[in-house]
Write a protein that binds this ligand. Structure first.
Ligand code: FUL
Length: 484
């Protein structure tokens, strides 16, 4: 009898232990490392394409340009930093060297640089000026270094890789902290190549020996995230139009992809069961070209287009790298300044007031102590989790008084992995629930737009998920109506 009793007690202890370890909240799939997490907070930052092409009015220089052609007369990196800061962007990535090989810093390893240009009588260093301006304005600073070099005589041979890494070392050791290193997937083709004037194709997967170059970045700037089509830290969104995919998984089977691979687009959505955390970055230019062309002065993207891009990048689990083609005076053009400011005002007005704050939030379940008050505390580090057995978790906002809104925001708590596979969103108005949106993934941030209306409640429901959901924040906003 006593034996049976002991056996029962032991079994009970064993079962309770199993349940409690099984039910502890654990990440699902890959998660961001600390540098990726810091990058994820930036959301919106500037690309600046300014280099030899600005003066030759081209998009891709052949590599035979003369340093004497680089001659900005009013170059002012302080103006760039000020405009970017006032636009609400968090940093700048500059084309230190584009495909034509001209360097914006006086590299020791080539004569094809600012040191042989009339600008500042060859004494200038644009990378230094810009890194200082960024520091002064509290902006992050990043570099684009084109792997393809249509000027260099050794491009295509192993000597060029040494040259490329020497340049990278200069950029990563002489200009302070770098937040992102940007490697373009476009490489190999015809060019000047020191006078050879020929076509040089490279094996995009093998030629650059990327793992070694990435090791170099890690050793010199461990906090920097490395962008290329395929990562390792951040991947390309798959187009240059400013639009992430409706389904955007941050995980990807990273080791099966490489920069410049011809069919990269098929990875644009990421993979639900990917093995590595490699979130997307959406790069798009504010004008049709990446570089400044005077004939495009009246083609700066409008406020409504920029808003649309913002919602479809930042609001679709991506970040927005918006390119500003600095003009041939060396300034961000007035037309850009105007539209960037309009976007900043629009976003500030929209997101400065969260209508769900201080309201009643009801959730279909709550896991352990992860209380749903965390959803409206505007703190990304606190979160609510649904119960393991809750198949279709819901979050409902009950408003004290009806409000006129048109935007819903929701964020998954990324240190627990990306979990939501599909959802829908409803509003309660005039005594009925109305479904206003159906979607798939969430990730860092999902912004949902719907017709401006007065609502009494709002409800987010999960259709399908990888595991119990873990959400850090939600929000309800009213954006000014625009014509799209
Ligand atoms: C592309 C380049 O070829 C363009 O010139 C531009 O720099 C863009 C950001 O990436 O692949």
């Amino acid at each position: 009898m006593l034996q049976k009793f002991f056996f029962l007690i032991l079994s009970l202890i064993f079962i309770t232990k199993c349940i409690s370890t099984e039910s502890d909240l654990e990440p699902v799939g890959p998660i961001p490392n600390k540098h990726q997490s810091a990058w994820q907070e930036l959301e919106y930052y500037a690309f600046i394409h300014f280099n030899m092409n600005t003066f030759t009015n081209k998009e891709w220089g052949y590599g035979d340009e003369k340093p004497s052609q680089f001659n900005p007369t009013e170059l002012d990196t302080q103006q760039w930093a000020r405009v970017v800061k006032e636009a609400g962007m968090k940093g700048i990535i500059i084309t230190a060297k584009h495909h034509d090989g001209f360097c914006l810093w006086p590299s020791k390893f080539t004569e094809h640089s600012v040191k042989n240009s009339p600008w500042k009588m060859g004494k200038g260093d644009l990378i230094r000026d810009l890194s200082k301006a960024c520091k002064e304005y509290g902006l992050k600073f990043g570099v684009y270094l084109s792997p393809w070099d249509r000027n260099h005589p050794s491009y295509g041979k192993s000597e060029y890789i040494t040259y490329f890494r020497n340049q990278l070392r200069e950029l990563l050791t002489e200009y302070g902290e770098i937040f992102e290193v940007w490697f373009d997937g476009a490489n190999g083709g015809d060019g000047f190549y020191g006078g050879a004037n020929e076509e040089r194709r490279v094996d995009k997967k093998m030629y650059y020996d990327w793992p070694k170059t990435i090791e170099l970045v890690r050793s010199l700037q461990p906090q920097a995230v490395v962008f290329s089509d395929a990562g390792p830290d951040i991947r390309w969104v798959g187009n240059e139009k400013g639009y992430a995919n409706e389904t955007t998984w941050s995980p990807i089977y990273r080791d099966s992809v490489f920069a410049g691979m011809p069919d990269f687009q098929r990875f644009a959505s990421g993979q639900e069961n990917g093995t590595h955390w490699v979130p997307t970055e959406t790069d798009v230019s504010i004008r049709p070209g990446w570089y400044y062309h005077p004939e495009q002065d009246d083609q700066v993207k409008s406020l409504s287009k920029l808003v649309d891009i913002y919602y479809n990048s930042v609001g679709l689990n991506s970040s927005l790298l918006l390119n500003l083609p600095v003009d041939n005076r060396g300034l961000i053009h007035e037309n850009e300044v105007k539209n960037l400011k309009a976007l900043a005002d629009y976003l500030n007005t929209t997101f400065s007031y969260n209508y769900s704050k201080g309201q009643k939030v009801k959730t279909s379940s709550t896991y352990k102590g992860y209380d749903n008050s965390a959803l409206i505390d505007d703190d990304k580090k606190t979160y609510w989790a649904s119960d393991i057995n809750d198949q279709n978790p819901t979050i409902e906002i009950h408003l004290d008084n009806p409000v006129r809104v048109n935007t819903f925001m929701i964020q998954e708590y990324l240190p627990m992995g990306q979990r939501i596979k599909s959802f829908y969103f409803e509003v309660f108005t005039g005594g009925n629930w109305e479904k206003v949106y159906e979607g798939s993934t969430i990730g860092n941030k999902r912004l949902i737009r719907f017709k401006t209306q007065t609502i009494e409640r709002a409800r987010f429901t999960v259709n399908d998920k990888k595991a119990q959901i873990v959400i850090s924040n939600i929000g309800l906003y009213r954006a000014k109506d625009l014509d799209y």
